[in-house]
Ligand binder design. Structure first.
Ligand code: CMP
Length: 136
């Protein structure tokens, strides 16, 4: 049965800063993802805190929110069959040092914080994250 999904993808400040936007979008397109909507913006730290609220009890929460709001980002809605899992596969492990060859984080990630891309981890969070950036 078909399972077309939408997921939220973010090209993070480290990748935007290195002008990797087009290269990363090409990887998504070559892997069959449609970019339904996209925009470039810079978050305030309070916005990042809301976006990453699921991580608020983690020791890295403040640094994470400071980082995501440190420079421009590109947010995109990606669509494809099983987009949520397939995007996470394509991104690779959170820590670029542990990511498989050919994944976006292996190719471009600098560290666990500067790991170049974010992708929703579940259908519930995909909806929340898409609404956060596009439905307000
Ligand atoms: P992301 O997929 O955007 O979701 C949460 C982010 O927290 C994650 O990518 C990492 O960049 C960041 N992070 C920082 N430290 C850690 C850690 N120890 N474990 C998991 N994620 C971390």
């Amino acid at each position: 049965m078909s399972n077309i999904e939408q997921t939220l993808s973010i090209i993070k400040p480290d990748a935007v800063e290195r002008n990797l936007e087009n290269e990363i979008k090409t990887i998504f397109k070559n892997n069959g993802f449609k970019i339904l909507k996209e925009k470039k913006l810079k978050l305030e730290k309070t916005d990042a805190e809301q976006f990453y609220k699921v991580h608020e009890t983690k020791p890295f929460y403040s640094d994470l929110c400071g980082y995501l709001s440190s420079g421009p980002i590109i947010v995109m809605i990606l669509e494809k069959e099983n987009a949520i899992k397939l995007n996470r596969d394509l991104m690779g492990a959170t820590d670029p040092a542990k990511a498989d060859d050919g994944t976006i984080r292996k190719l471009f990630g600098k560290s666990i914080d500067k790991n170049s891309v974010h992708g929703s981890d579940s259908p519930e969070n995909a909806k929340i994250e898409i609404d956060f950036f596009f439905n307000n």
